[in-house]
Design a protein around this ligand. Structure first.
Ligand code: SF4
Ligand code: SF4
Length: 313
């Protein structure tokens, strides 16, 4: 087997549902990204605009980088998270006395950053065995790299009008990760990808509760996922009035997509949140993606839902 085949088959052994190799060069979608920033669509996610130049060249992440191995990892609910997200239903399937707040599907598990970093470490070990003098570095989510763009170029799938990468049977319910390498690896066939598999469909655009999506992409200034997870401080009334029962993240534009299999929604009892202490928050959610919004953010989100419930009474 060639080194490329060894790396890709190891990625699959480690759980990737799809994997490919691309040359490390200026991303195809870079100008699109710059327009998005210039239009202010990143809201106050300054970690994107502050590293604007770094996105052009992955040398900023791994000096001497020549290639990238791109992985799509499935989002799966794991037993570890059961204590954080106990079932709110009795045996009749009804919630009893609870006020339910929905958690985005990707967050109902161990934090994917920790889980995928372990995978990337194992893949890095294979890289070391193949190239003892080579260097590599695994990244997931936080480095200045356009991961969907890399996955599209690697031929892992398509980008839908919900702006997410759709990957075979898994649809958009995958997380993306990359192993950067200083070695020259042969890119996988299928480079270039197609941009969309949506055709005339526009279900996600029409279903988005806040109008954050359009044919030209996503405006984070209107996206509930941004407000409920990333934003610090109060949420404006016109957005808060559309939160519904979502307490962390938003899945609407994935749930309506015909490329995705339906998933069972997972809720927590919002009544537990206002009195929660930092210790309780860390014990329950510290190792899940919910930790991203912090206890203060979770309380803010829960209060929006509770206010909505009171208004309806
Ligand atoms: S995550 Fe929710 S608010 Fe954001 S674009 Fe999708 S449907 Fe709209
Ligand atoms: S809902 Fe329709 S338009 Fe939106 S991503 Fe899925 S297929 Fe594309």
């Amino acid at each position: 087997m060639s080194a490329e085949e060894v790396l890709l088959s190891r990625a699959k052994e480690l759980g990737a549902v799809s994997a490919g190799i691309i040359e490390a060069r200026r991303p195809n979608g870079l100008d699109r990204f710059y327009r998005w920033l210039d239009d202010g669509c990143n809201a106050d996610m300054t970690y994107l605009s502050a590293r604007r130049e770094a996105y052009a060249d992955a040398n900023a992440v791994l000096p001497g980088v020549r290639s990238m191995v791109v992985l799509a990892m499935p989002q799966e609910m794991e037993s570890l998270a059961k204590s954080a997200f106990p079932s709110l239903e009795d045996e009749t399937g009804e919630a009893s006395g609870a006020v339910r707040g929905r958690i985005a599907f990707y967050a109902v598990s161990e934090d994917y950053h920790s889980r995928i970093r372990r995978t990337l470490k194992q893949l890095a070990q294979t890289h070391r065995e193949l190239f003892p003098n080579g260097k590599c570095r695994g990244v997931v989510d936080t480095a200045p790299i356009l991961e969907k763009d890399a996955a599209l170029t690697a031929g892992l799938g398509y980008i839908g009008k919900n702006t997410l990468l759709q990957c075979g049977d898994w649809g958009s319910r995958v997380n993306l990760a990359i192993l950067l390498s200083t070695e020259v690896l042969k890119p996988t066939p299928g480079q270039g990808g197609r941009f969309t598999s949506c055709g005339e469909c526009r279900k996600c655009i029409d279903a988005c509760p806040t109008g954050a999506l359009s044919e030209s992409g996503l405006d984070a200034r209107r996206c509930l996922s941004y407000w409920l997870i990333e934003h610090r401080g109060p949420i404006p009334d016109d957005i808060a009035s559309r939160v519904g029962n979502r307490v962390f993240g938003c899945d609407v534009c994935q749930d309506v997509c015909p490329h995705n299999r339906p998933v069972k929604p997972v809720y927590i009892n919002i009544k537990d949140i206002p009195e929660m202490t930092e210790d309780e928050f860390q014990t329950r959610f510290g190792n899940t993606p919910v930790s991203r919004c912090g206890l203060e953010g979770l309380k803010r989100n829960a209060e929006i839902i509770l206010k909505g419930v009171q208004k309806r009474l």
